[in-house]
Design a binder for this molecule. Structure first.
Ligand code: ARG
Length: 462
């Protein structure tokens, strides 16, 4: 008799290469805990519904315990010939307890089983991902507090725009990671429904209690449509979308760290433990971790595109194509989680060159908007003010000075409405302090936001 649980109608064995090519055990073995939990719930339900005897339930539950322990202890051999985690576990259970093991699959299919296992597994992984996001947010909030008043140039088009505080800049990422956490939690809420009992596609002829298995597995309830339940991979697409957006946020931060660590910017230095050297250029210290994290973004987005493309042409219900889902989502989750962890570990060791940041903010005419605002306050229409300051900047570029260094003669010459006390009052400190409203870059606002985030993150841990 064939080793395969489905071997009955086959006359010749599976092609050897096909056997390996078809198997998903390398990918799905990690769901053994969820597979066993699902089997326990299913067996208890079958017993309560008088579909399984007392003795069968007893031996199934103790057999599943043994299989679980064997896997945990590394004493379990996953076989490619048994395709996937579901058949490997069932086959070992049957070897241990005999006929009772063969009864476990009553009123169940691998199609509802894999859908259930994957939701359970990803539910746990999603919670862990959110923990990692919270951790990184906490690290950024601590840094933002330290640098609430650290002045740096703010950029648009990567050209010096206006002075900002580093704390404000870092808190921008805390906002992004908050939305990421919310996206993960939102997807989690939608996926927390039990497909178990949908069986192959149409449900089952046995009097099952789907509410019982759903409750036992911590689902909010059973799915409403069996065809949808076994062919729905929306939850994987949603998680991959959330992961992709989060990876894009990390990648933007990574890009900034890489730029900032270059000799040309010289804004920061990253700890040695997170950098590497060059095998030929002795002077090199490369920001490998931000680079790698930036690079991982490509494969995570690739996972999303792969999943969308895989499902787009599939008729209902289950199709083998779907086995590829786990490859994409597991890879994306492993890499995103690793990226979040690396950043949370690395950032506390970041050295900030405050003087360079200050000097960079003080050059490049970052205070020009504030000079225009000063003219407006003196009654000059904004468009005229813009023109006057534009001419002032042109004058400074020619004379190789900064705006606040202009003398009264040149002010007068550019426009009589431009007063030397206006240019003298220009300072990057005044620029940031003046932006003191909700969402502004003033140190006072940064501190207020830090307090907001400290409380919010504390509550989300509770
Ligand atoms: N290993 C399969 C997967 O991951 C499990 C479901 C297989 N179902 C089937 N009818 N062949 O998709």
């Amino acid at each position: 008799m064939s080793e395969k649980p489905w071997g009955g109608r086959f006359e010749s064995p599976t092609n050897e290469f096909v056997e390996a090519f078809n198997a998903s055990i390398d990918v799905d073995a990690r769901m053994y805990g969820e597979d066993i939990a699902g089997s326990r719930a299913h067996a208890r339900m079958l017993h309560k519904q008088k579909i399984l005897s007392d003795e069968d339930l007893k031996s199934i539950l103790s057999g599943l315990d043994q299989v679980f322990n064997e896997i945990e202890d590394g004493d379990f051999t996953f076989k490619i010939a048994l395709e996937d985690v579901h058949m490997n576990i069932e086959s070992r259970l049957t070897a241990l307890i005999g006929d009772a093991g063969k009864r476990l699959h009553t009123a169940r299919s691998r199609n509802d089983q894999v859908a259930t296992d994957t939701r359970l597994y990803l539910r746990g992984r999603t919670d862990t991902m959110v923990d990692h996001l919270r951790q990184l947010q906490s690290v950024l909030v601590v840094l933002a507090k330290q640098h609430a008043a650290t002045i740096m140039p703010g950029f648009t088009h990567l050209q010096t725009a206006q002075p900002v505080t580093l704390g404000h800049h870092l808190l921008a990422y805390v906002e992004m990671f908050e939305r990421d956490a919310e996206r993960f939690l939102d997807a989690r809420r939608r996926m927390n429904q039990s497909p178990l009992g949908s069986a192959a596609l149409a449900g089952t002829t046995f009097p099952i209690d789907r509410h019982m298995t759903a409750a036992e597995l911590g689902f909010d309830g059973p799915t409403r449509n069996s065809l949808d339940a076994v062919s729905d991979r929306d939850f994987i697409m949603e998680l991959l979308a959330a992961a992709s957006i989060c990876a894009v946020h990390l990648s933007r931060l990574a890009e900034e760290l890489i730029l900032w660590m270059s000799a040309q910017f010289h804004f920061i230095d990253l700890p040695d433990a997170f950098c590497t050297g060059s095998s030929i250029m002795p002077q090199k210290k490369n920001p490998d971790m931000p680079e790698l994290v930036r690079g991982k973004t490509g494969r995570i987005i690739g996972g999303l595109v792969a999943m969308l493309t895989t499902v787009k042409g599939l008729p209902l219900a289950y199709n083998k194509d779907m086995q590829e889902d786990k490859v994409a989502i597991f890879d994306a989750f492993d890499n995103l989680q690793g990226s979040l962890r690396v950043f949370a570990d690395m950032l506390p060791g970041m050295k900030v060159n405050k003087q360079t940041l200050h000097a960079a903010a003080s050059s490049g005419f970052a205070t020009a908007t504030d000079l225009a605002d000063a003219l407006v306050r003196a009654g000059v229409p904004f468009r005229d003010a813009h023109e006057i300051v534009g001419k002032s900047v042109a004058h400074c570029i020619k004379s190789n000075i900064e705006l606040h260094q202009m003398d009264s003669a040149s002010c007068e010459q550019i426009d009589p409405r431009l007063k030397s006390d206006m240019v003298a009052a220009l300072s990057v400190e005044a620029c940031v302090a003046a932006r003191n409203h909700v969402g502004g870059t003033a140190p006072e606002q940064v501190i207020a936001q830090v307090v907001f985030w400290q409380q919010r993150l504390e509550n989300s841990h509770a």
